[in-house]
Design a protein around this ligand. Sequence first.
Ligand SMILES: Nc1ncnc2c1ncn2[C@@H]1O[C@H](COP(=O)(O)OP(=O)(O)OP(=O)(O)O)[C@@H](O)[C@H]1O
Ligand SMILES: [Mg+2]
Length: 199
Amino acid sequence: MLDIKGLTKKIKNNLILDELDLEVQTGELIHVIGTNGSGKSTLFKLICHIMEADAGEIALSEQVTIGALIENPYFMENSSAQSNLKFLADINRQYDEKLIRQLLTQFDLDFDSPTRLKKYSLGMRQKVGIIQAIMENQNLILLDEPTRGLDQKALTTFNRLIAELITEQKTIIIASHDNLSELNFTRKLRLENGKLVAI
Ligand SMILES: Nc1ncnc2c1ncn2[C@@H]1O[C@H](COP(=O)(O)OP(=O)(O)OP(=O)(O)O)[C@@H](O)[C@H]1O
Ligand SMILES: [Mg+2]
């Protein structure tokens, strides 16, 4: 469903990704690790076309829709979680109030709360970021450090959500320094010297 060949990216004369290859099948749950600055977030930005590669190809199957949480998600700070999520989902005409209400509730957030995003804690923002990456039924989900700031209960909810999405044949790639031992990864890869190596 995702086929990356020879992906190369330089940032300010530093070679971040060096002819990186990655072939992902539908339904995989992949853990990408790598030291700070190894290029994990860069790889995700290239897959989402937020950034342009210098060389290489990223081929997606026709029906693939991408949901992504990369670094610090941008929100409308003076609006509520509900307004932010509605705004984002409406762009693709995929607003599903019932689902968003359910996801917020699962993460102990209140759909009807008027609290502005700027008053949210790190973990609360992270939850909203995770929700926007899955709320449109996206079938390729890229999560960059998704568990950052989550408390124990939210971690349990997160693990359950990921397991559910995998049973629905979603494809998920998670970049994380956390062990995430509760998740049944199909593969673990390390980003090292600009390439992904199996571990
Ligand atoms: N906008 C930018 N300007 C300059 N350098 C950048 C920029 N974005 C990324 N880099 C550089 O690209 C390299 C890869 O960064 P990237 O954010 O992809 O790493 P990462 O693996 O996600 O690290 P972390 O584990 O800390 O999140 C780093 O050396 C970083 O300094
Ligand atoms: Mg990163």
